[in-house]
Design a protein around this ligand. Sequence first.
Ligand code: HMG
Length: 393
Amino acid sequence: MTVPTIGIHDIAMATGRYVMDLAELARHSGVDVNKYYIGLGQVAQTVPAFDEDIVTLAATAAQQIVARHGVDGIRTVLLATETGIDQSKSAAIYVQDLLGLPAACRAVELKQACYGGASALQLAAGIVARDPEQRVLVIASDIAKYDIDSGGEATQGAAAVAMLVSADPDIAVLEETAGLYTANIQDFWRPNYRSTPLVDGKLSIGAYLEAVEHAWKDYEARGGRGVGEFAGFCYHQPFIKMAYKAHTRLLEMKGIEPTTARVHSDLAPTTIYNRVIGNSYTASLFVGLLSLLDHSDDLDGRPVALLSYGSGSVAELFSVTLAPGYRRHLRTAENQAAISRREPISYEKYRSLRELTLPEDGSEVVLAAEGHNPFRLRGIAEHSRIYQAVHAY
Ligand code: HMG
């Protein structure tokens, strides 16, 4: 029996309603804007409308896939997030319902900080390996929020990426070798009683770099490719400069001089979207992959390395090979439109959005329609979130 290739058959993204240029944040904080633009490599961040959450972003991304490929064979929906909306019920169930996916389906939420999306992809590949007739909908969806006036505030953002994992994929074949690293560390975490994370920024940067080394060493020990074989390198991008630091560390480890030109040419196409979206936690790595695919034209049959890091921490280095003709299946115009149609807002508007909170005492609320995506949170009734399909994508 021939073993089919398994990987990403389709991939789509969504982001939120508003965008705040970091010059607005600098105006408020009195910080030189170049700290954000150059020091962090971030220019802007998505700010969601009050009626947007991880479910509406996830459904907006995944709807594009369902519109193209239908729902046949989808028996699993894996939704990775660290912006959970419920302590018990999976956000994937809301997406399954909003998209009219089959009831004969497992709908599950996965969590390990920003690493959850990569883990969902690997679990999906396992399901398809067991039964190549099945397709798995993998969604990474997050809204990154830090305390007001904290160092992390400049690295906020929001996005969702949905992927259809199948046999004989049109876009990217997932390669089998992966390098893994887990370390119990308190660099970034969010206890149940908090809506924003606790973070030790400097520790988290060091932990990420350490994890790159260990994951790469494990990948090599398992017979992975050499650095020189890869046509691209996608890193988890909490802020763009972090990917530059990580790639520099990798090149140094391999005895390759990390010249500015080398690091820039290896990474630049992967950073175009995240530079203006900000950190989207689980989705960030895949937004980076989309940025690479939408801004390169020579990757047919070539391997790309992906490094996922989730604080706490788990890291994985894995790779995909682009399928011949993958460019025909991309949604470059839609991805760019999702970014460019965001409405620019001032710091004051951002701050007023941050001050809005959903009731926490069980009272009911109906939200004004604000977001421009096809799905919205309509309100809360009887302790339940009520979602609404507004229009087709
Ligand atoms: P900070 O203390 O505000 O900034 O925190 P800083 O003083 O370290 O400055 C940042 C950079 O700007 C420095 O560059 C400065 O030199 C430079 P570096 O030395 O690092 O190359 N700079 C300037 N450059 C040009 N012109 C200027 C100027 N001023 C300063 N005028 C920090 C920064 C990232 C720590 C903060 O934003 C933070 O805590 N962010 C959140 C945590 C984070 O993103 N950690 C990344 C690794 S952990 C991770 O990726 C996981 C995560 O996504 C969560 C998850 O897994 O779920 C976060």
